[in-house]
Design a protein around this ligand. Sequence first.
Ligand code: DQA
Length: 147
Amino acid sequence: MKIASILILNGPNLNLLGSREPEKYGQQSMDDYFQYLVSEFPQFNLHYFQSNDESEIIEKIQQSKGKHQALVINPAAYTHSSIGIRDAILAIGILSIEVHLTDLNKREPFRQKSMIRDICWCSIQGFGLEGYRIAIARLLEYFHLEA
Ligand code: DQA
């Protein structure tokens, strides 16, 4: 039985994973990695959404109320600026985990500020795509499910 539904939500330019600055973001596409996650976590109903558009991301978060039990979110560039995404997470009160492929502490100063870190249950950064697997594994613990 699937215990919970989880939405993985990616922001701008993450549709280009695999080809975008591969030395930073790796060579695998998110679509391939998502298939891997689905096979790794039969306990969860996993959903994936990516958009380059802030309003679509906000809309998707709002629609998650009552539909998904947790959000694994990499807002990408919007991490550093979007009060709208922060407010949407607060508005529906969904359990959220922030993921970044790169370690923001080792990057440009403007990337070190996150608008959502303090309202997320935890933040995982610097592990590439593996960060999404770590996030979902943490949700297994949260929901007291067996790995
Ligand atoms: C990113 C880091 C952001 O600063 C950047 O704008 C991205 C990706 C990451 O996953 O490392 O697009 O969120």
